[in-house]
Design a protein around this ligand. Structure first.
Ligand SMILES: [Ca+2]
Length: 212
């Protein structure tokens, strides 16, 4: 008896098993029909045996078997929650980790742990976060997210000199309450206030301008 096709045979999970059969040749009877027994569940990992048997007219039986192993050959797929590139502004924005989800052809949903890498929104730069999952079969998948932190631009106000007393309203962003708020004011009369910091302001701050 001769098996057609591979033996043992490795089959990818979910792939349809098509038995290649066997042939039997008897010295007296010539070609003898072969009976096949056994089945493969393509959707369940494991080993399966397909048996073949053939008898000649004299009742002599020949048998053979094929071992089929259903294995997981496919790595999980990661889908990021949120965008793969996130643009933030230094101090003004906070990075919120939205995480990721992963599904596998065999294992179903897989929990994605926190990514490697950290985002420091107080330091401008480009940060790379790497998410990794591994299925039971050991296939690893990674996905990455880039978080760009743009430098906070100082703002400059020029206030024209007028004879009257003037006040200036400095709009303050509540997002800066932790770090304070740095500003530079050019009063237009050769006096400049730089690196003015207001800690934890909410609302507006007044600056009183006194004319000479
Ligand atoms: Ca898999």
């Amino acid at each position: 008896m001769t098996l057609k096709g591979a033996n043992p045979l490795t089959l990818a999970h979910g792939e349809t098993y098509i038995d290649s059969g066997a042939t039997a040749l008897d010295a007296v009877d010539g070609v003898v029909s072969v009976l096949t027994d056994g089945s493969v569940n393509e959707n369940a990992l494991g080993d399966y045996i397909i048996s073949y048997s053939a008898k000649d007219k004299a009742g002599n039986e020949a048998t053979s078997t094929r071992e089929v192993t259903v294995v997981d050959l496919t790595a999980p797929v990661i889908t990021l929650n949120g965008e793969s590139t996130i643009n933030l502004t230094q101090w003004a924005d906070e990075y919120i980790e939205l995480g990721a989800i992963a599904t596998d052809n065999v294992d179903g949903d897989i929990t994605v742990n926190a990514p490697s890498g950290l985002v420091d929104t107080t330091v401008p730069g480009s940060y790379l976060l790497t998410y990794t999952v591994t299925d039971v079969a050991g296939h690893e998948t990674t996905a990455q997210r880039t978080v760009n932190v743009a430098e906070q631009k100082p703002f400059i106000i020029t206030w024209l000199i007028t004879p009257e007393q003037k006040t200036i309203q400095l709009p303050l962003n509540p997002a800066f309450t932790a770090e304070g708020y740095n500003y530079r004011v050019d009063w237009g009369d050769d006096s400049v206030d730089s690196n003015q910091t207001t800690a934890a302001p909410i609302g507006d701050t007044q600056r009183l301008y006194l004319s000479n």
